[in-house]
Design a protein around this ligand. Structure first.
Ligand SMILES: [Zn+2]
Length: 271
């Protein structure tokens, strides 16, 4: 973990410092060696949070894009008291989880149900074949009227199978720790699989990194994504919603109305 509580303050690991875990309150040891990134480690167990994965430089770089107060946020379900550490929990209620290791669909699903308003950033450099598969499939991406939005026939030929049925947006980061000199390199962008289908098509949005950071920090991300997903819903469903919301005064009113000034019923005019 990047942070522990030291005298109740969120503190980074320093040699010989003693800290406490914000989740289980047990003692943590500062690990400040030369090889691994400096971190806090539980003394007796690997980690009290079964969803925790050992941090890589990739995790740290991503976390450091956000204010310290949002990083490694101790999250508690008010109903069940279940506790987990969210990689990022923004001031406007969005959880961002950075996933490097392999994850099975069951655990992915539990985490989505637990955090609800969340997105995944997946390290697409862990397996070489993931980017090769994406590159091969990219040639057949169908462009739409909207720039950077693509319709996909066979999503299993684009992304690893454990991510394709996610109920929240999943963004693939194929750049990892690489420095890209070529501005046209596809890996400059993130590729977001949206949790919506249009017919049998999956939808992928190409998201520039700076736009992603800007909108997740200023809170626009959630409303923009929701509006976009709603615009993709079948027209039939949209129409039903509109009909249900709109009142229908014409049917409730009679043919006459009472005029208080005149003190009598007046026949309505038809327009
Ligand atoms: Zn703990």
């Amino acid at each position: 973990m990047k942070y522990a509580l030291v005298n109740n303050f969120k503190t980074e690991a320093q040699k010989d410092l003693k800290g406490y875990c914000p989740i289980c309150e047990s003692e943590l040891t500062a690990k400040c060696g030369d090889f691994k990134i400096h971190h806090w480690s539980h003394k007796k167990i690997r980690n009290c949070d079964p969803w925790w994965e050992n941090e890589t430089e990739w995790h740290r770089n991503w976390k450091n894009n956000y204010p310290a107060a949002w990083q490694e946020f101790p999250f508690k379900d008010q109903k069940t008291d279940e506790k987990h550490i969210a990689d990022i929990y923004t001031a406007h209620g969005l959880v961002i989880e950075f996933q490097h290791s392999n994850i099975n669909p069951e655990e992915r699903n539990s985490r989505e149900l637990y955090y609800k308003n969340m997105i995944w950033i997946v390290d697409g450099t862990r397996l070489k074949r993931d980017y090769l598969r994406f590159l091969k499939a990219f040639k057949d991406f169908k462009k739409t009227e909207k720039k950077g939005i693509y319709m996909i026939d066979q999503i299993e030929e684009v992304f690893p199978s454990n991510w394709i049925n996610s109920s929240v947006p999943v963004l693939f980061d194929f750049k990892g720790l690489d420095e890209l000199k070529d501005k046209t390199d596809l890996r400059n962008n993130l590729y977001c699989l949206l949790p919506v289908r249009q017919g049998w098509h999956s939808i992928i949005a190409e998201v520039p990194r700076d736009a992603f950071l800007r909108t997740t920090i200023n809170s626009e991300w959630t409303s923009r994504t929701q509006n976009f997903i709603e615009s993709l819903l079948p027209k039939k469903e949209q129409q039903i919603e509109i009909e249900e919301i709109q009142p229908q005064p014409a049917q409730r009113e009679g043919t006459h109305y009472y005029d208080h000034k005149k003190g009598r019923f007046i026949k309505r005019r038809r327009f």
